[in-house]
Ligand binder design. Structure first.
Ligand code: FEO
Ligand code: CA
Ligand code: CA
Ligand code: CA
Length: 607
């Protein structure tokens, strides 16, 4: 699949070696500033970072575990704008590093002897999740700073949000808090993101099922298909917060009352969506757009909007053997009036990748592809809440953990990372997922047959990640030492068509065994025409690199470092011997943070 003669991007830097140290390394001629680490004050009384910070303080500070991110320029500026970023989850050992006297459970959460949890610690954990909107500006010295500003805002696991689209107002989402099924509190596990053609931000809800307990003996597919089993505990035990506040108790999805309006049995049905946030309206209520489907949303990528044509966006469901989806709006895009309501009417599709290199989009809609009441799909809301089951039913292709997507601005080709899937057997191999025990992952891409709304496409494999023996580039050539990588995850294509690839080797295998050769997680750049691949950045110990965007002039790049030190530090933490102290150094606990990358000569990043 050639690129229609589109220009090849220049990639001008000298590749760096794999990294193993507790630092960030970039090519010669580049500079890195560490920016907005977890706990940086941004709003309210601007509470300074402190390990003793309260749950309420955390609501005015940058959250933890930075992930997907976008820079929204103010008045087109490349030196002044709103940086919006997700905070995927928390590391309790670090979040509560100053708390004493309580034993830690196996996940590192402080627990009281009676099994309850400290309510302020629970509040802090919920407020460390979500999204940050921060006005940032580049000073005369080239350094970027947080600007105290009315735009600055934290959206957290406690922020009231509206449900929109076909699931809103249905019995699936009626709760004690919202008997009419119109509202929900909070967004969780915000992994990657999307940017709409009307310049709003979408935060994905990925691994949300782990937050819920449910002691019901029978759990239906709305939860069972998403990983909720009968259990008294979730990872976080928020429902056990001392005092029994409703905003915490709701994480127990057990049926306790006479009707769904008496309890929180339906609470998990309001998670697993893309959440729209207008960063330019700090008073706005975030909106969960249910027509994009309910699953472990990694993120969403919009095709370039075309006046008079439908809006199209693509999403991955990041779990083993899950699917890639596409939404096509019913109403056409019109720049003058476009808004999020375009995402509330349309068709959700799921991808089938045929072994001959063709593919098709299968509609997940009432009456289509066997999605009928007789087959257990009552209506559109039922299909969307049970998107995974619907995709199973129509025979979509089970993928090796779909993560981020990106669209080539010149060719319209759509790229998706498939991070790994060690559970795929020889019998389960297909052309689109060609390796059994896929430890290292790959990148697939496709070209729609016509516009992005087309129902058929042609696909190929862009990259097989791996070491010098197992990795293959676009031309089928082995990867050289400057290009080896494993577990591609973050993905972004810049305006010049450089394909930025970020890795997330799991902390449980990083720097050991077959993964040792890759060192710490990293970011590389690929040329979509030639397949050339070159290492640009390596991160500190224990983290993943995730989230990347530049200013419009491409002279400043923002990149996130998530979970330095990671949870592999549990034993080291207990022994008082952390292996990562990034970014503060000394004996500090590690903190997720954003990197600001510029060139000494002020040039375009990557060129
Ligand atoms: Fe949050 Fe699939 O990465
Ligand atoms: Ca992550
Ligand atoms: Ca990811
Ligand atoms: Ca990942």
């Amino acid at each position: 699949a050639a690129g229609n003669g589109a220009p090849s991007p220049s990639i001008g830097f000298k590749a760096i070696p794999v990294g193993t140290g507790d630092s960030v390394v970039v090519p010669e001629g580049y500079r890195v500033q560490t920016f907005i680490p977890w706990g940086t004050p941004i709003s309210g009384s601007m509470p300074a970072f402190s390990l003793q910070a309260s749950g309420e303080d955390q609501a005015h500070q940058v959250g933890s575990h930075h992930d997907g991110m976008h820079f929204f320029p103010l008045d087109g500026s490349s030196r002044d704008g709103l940086l919006v970023l997700n905070h995927e989850y928390v590391e309790p050992r670090f979040l509560h590093a100053a708390a004493s006297g309580l034993a830690l459970d196996s996940e590192g959460f402080p627990q009281r002897e009676d099994g309850s949890r400290d309510a302020d610690q629970v509040r802090k954990e919920l407020n460390a999740h979500g999204v940050s909107v921060i006005r940032v500006r580049q000073g005369g010295d080239g350094q970027w700073q947080v600007v105290e500003d009315r735009y600055n805002r934290r959206i957290t696991g406690l922020t009231p949000m509206r449900l929109a689209g076909p699931v809103a107002g249905t019995e699936h989402v009626m709760t004690k808090y919202s008997p009419d099924g119109s509202m929900i509190r909070g967004t969780l596990n915000n992994c990657a993101h999307g940017v709409t053609p009307w310049n709003t931000y979408l935060a994905a809800e990925e691994n949300w099922s782990g937050y819920f307990a449910n002691e019901d003996a029978e759990i239906d597919r709305r939860q069972a298909r998403y990983g909720i089993a009968t259990r008294a505990e979730g990872r976080y035990q928020w429902h056990r917060a001392e005092g029994g506040a409703d905003e915490f108790v709701r994480f127990d999805a057990t049926s306790r009352g006479d009707s769904p309006r008496d309890d929180y049995r339906n609470e998990p049905h309001a998670f697993g969506y893309m959440v729209e946030i207008d960063p330019f309206d700090p008073e706005s209520t975030p909106v969960k757009r249910t027509h994009l489907g309910r699953f472990a949303h990694e993120g969403v990528i919009f095709a370039p909007a075309v006046e008079g044509q439908p809006v199209v966006c693509y999403s991955g469901d990041d779990a083993r053997f899950e699917y890639i989806y596409k939404f096509v709006s019913a109403r056409p895009y019109q720049a003058a009036s476009a808004d999020g309501s375009l995402l509330d009417e349309g068709t959700l599709y799921v991808a089938r990748f045929n072994d001959d290199g063709s593919g098709e989009w299968l509609a997940l809609a009432p009456g289509e592809n066997g999605l009928t009441p007789e087959n257990g799909f009552a209506d559109l809301a039922d299909i969307l809440v049970n998107a995974r089951s619907a995709a199973d039913h129509v025979g979509a292709t089970k993928m090796d953990r779909p993560e981020w997507g990106a669209v080539d601005p010149a060719t319209g080709q759509v790229y998706f990372t498939l991070t790994n899937n060690t559970r795929r057997s020889e019998e389960q191999v297909d052309a689109a997922n060609p390796r059994a025990e896929n430890h290292f992952g790959h990148i697939i891409r496709w070209q729609e047959d016509g516009t992005h709304a087309a129902e058929r496409f042609q696909w190929d494999i862009f990259l097989l990640a791996g070491d010098q023996e197992s990795g293959r580039d676009l031309n089928g050539e082995p990867l050289d030492q400057d290009a080896i990588l494993a577990s591609p995850d973050g993905l972004w294509i810049d305006a010049d068509r450089r394909v930025w690839i970020q890795t997330d080797i799991s902390e449980s295998v990083m720097n050991t065994g077959i993964h040792e050769v890759f060192g710490n997680n990293q970011m590389l750049v690929a040329n979509p025409e030639t397949g050339e691949l070159r290492r640009f950045l390596t991160g500190p110990i224990g983290q993943e690199i995730t989230g990347v965007v530049t200013t419009p002039d491409q002279r400043t790049m923002f990149v996130n470092v998530q979970h330095p030190g990671a949870t592999t530090e549990a034993e080291a933490f207990a022994a008082g011997e952390l292996t990562s102290h990034w970014p503060d150094g000394g004996n500090a606990i590690p903190r997720s943070a954003t990197l600001v990358i510029t060139r000494e000569d002020g040039g375009i990043i990557g060129a």
